[in-house]
Design a protein around this ligand. Structure first.
Ligand SMILES: Nc1ncnc2c1ncn2[C@@H]1O[C@H](COP(=O)(O)OP(=O)(O)OP(=O)(O)O)[C@@H](O)[C@H]1O
Ligand SMILES: C[C@@](O)(CCOP(=O)(O)OP(=O)(O)O)CC(=O)O
Length: 402
């Protein structure tokens, strides 16, 4: 008997221009466009296996081995339903195709990093779901079309359907048909963009993005200013900077937009605080690091950005990452040895030191554990279809043990 099964992986993306606010909460249509960098799946990824089988009783999904409820009309159910509808269209056009769109599906997914901890697991998770169903159903749908469906799982997920530098165009239509992701540039255009993730907290967060952003829409006058007068110009300027590989402008806009996103969170009633003292100390370090570079006649060397949580993501050209790791470790000593995927450090390892001319008084040093871990990664590619050996479902259609 034929087994209808496929496995795919999808990357995380971290926004430089933040999505924060919906004009339609069911269709997940945003109040502003956004733009992100896709990170390398070699380091952070969601992997998902989907199988369609007439013997299954109903659609089921396991996340990291634990079954999640697929609520009627909920985000998971919507994505699965939309993907089945695309398969059905194909079957109606080509009667030689097996009619699998009517079969229930079993889906098993794993994240190789903490779930729901502000590391954008919902983005890679829904992108991997859509990518694995697209492979299962052998759709030839392009990534922008698939992003329309991933968007309905989690807004930021639509951007994980592409590698490289990706914009989510907010669109204007009430049905959301023009609210999808597009590639600004592939990773090969600017592979030198690396990222250092400083894990400040890997536990489930207090105010979810979904509920936080709606409170902002309802109560923040600053958000209205941001939507109308700030984001449109920034989207155009940062896209231009990416195409010109102009890191100075890219960095300036990325930091400004992170700051404004956290300002609208603070402008929400009651206020929302996602950053903590450790996050703010990391900002002070990057600001000082850039000040020294500019004082020496250079340009900005790093950009920080924060999502709905205290973890920092620092974007920088590869050549600066070594100095940045040394800087962070000087103020935030690490319990574990730095995992060095790009082999920047020799046998001596990370010492913890600052660059010449750095004012060490800009932040106080912390003890071990304030920054729990450092992940060095870089701009990456879009979803990948994987071979059967990577499958996460056993022959019984149930999740394999990790
Ligand atoms: N691999 C996956 N497959 C399907 N759904 C997933 C997967 N990973 C995460 N999710 C969904 O996303 C939810 C977590 O999303 P949430 O927005 O709370 O956290 P986050 O994405 O880590 O943080 P943020 O989006 O603010 O950076 C999970 O509870 C689950 O419903
Ligand atoms: C701060 C952000 O990371 C917010 C992401 O919000 P989500 O995409 O997680 O929200 P929902 O659409 O409600 O699922 C900024 C961004 O990724 O652009």
């Amino acid at each position: 008997m034929t087994v209808y099964q496929a496995t795919a992986s999808a990357p995380v993306n971290i926004a430089c221009i933040k999505y924060w606010g919906k004009r339609d909460t069911k269709l997940i249509l945003p109040t502003n466009s956004s733009l992100s960098v896709t990170l390398d799946q070699d380091h952070l990824r969601s992997t998902t296996t989907s199988r369609a089988d007439p013997s299954f009783q109903k659609d089921r999904l396991w996340l990291n081995g634990v079954e999640e409820e697929i609520k009627d009309g909920g985000r998971l159910a919507t994505c699965i339903k939309e993907m089945k509808a695309l398969r059905k269209q194909l079957e109606e056009k080509d009667s030689s195709l097996p009619k699998i769109s009517g079969f229930p599906v079993h889906i098993s997914s794993r994240n190789n990093f903490p779930t729901a901890a502000g590391l954008a697991s919902s983005a890679s998770g829904f992108a991997a779901l859509v990518a694995s169903l697209s492979a299962l159903y052998q759709l030839s749908t392009d990534a922008s079309q698939l992003s329309l469906i991933a968007r309905q799982g989690s807004g930021s997920a639509c951007r994980s359907l592409f590698g490289g530098f990706v914009a989510w165009q907010m669109g204007e239509r009430a049905d959301g048909a023009d609210s999808y992701a597009v590639e600004i540039a592939p990773r090969e255009h600017w592979p030198d963009i690396h990222a250092l993730i400083c894990v400040v907290n890997d536990e489930k967060k207090g105010t979810s993005s979904t509920s936080g952003m709606q409170r902002t829409v309802e109560t923040s006058p600053l958000l209205q200013h941001r939507i109308k007068h700030v984001v449109p110009e920034r989207m155009a300027a940062i896209s231009k900077a990416i195409l010109a590989r102009d890191f100075d402008t890219f960095a300036r806009i990325t930091m400004q937009d992170s700051n404004q996103f956290h300002a609208v969170a603070l402008d929400t009633d009651p206020p929302i605080f996602y950053m903590n003292d450790v996050s703010r100390a990391i900002i002070a370090l990057i600001v000082e690091y850039n000040r020294v570079a500019v004082a020496n006649g250079g340009k900005l060397k790093a950009a920080y950005t924060y999502d709905a949580g205290p973890n920092a993501v620092i974007y920088a050209p590869k050549e600066n990452i070594k100095e940045i790791v040394e800087l962070i470790v000087k103020y935030f000593p690490q319990a574990d040895k730095f995992k060095d995927p790009f082999e920047l450090f020799g046998a001596a390892g990370v010492q913890g030191k600052v660059v010449e001319g750095f004012n060490e008084g800009v932040a106080k040093p912390y003890g071990v554990g304030a920054v729990k871990g450092l992940i060095h990664t870089r701009v990456g590619d879009g979803p990948r279809t994987l071979g059967a050996e990577e499958a996460l479902l056993g022959s019984d259609g149930l999740p394999l043990k990790a």
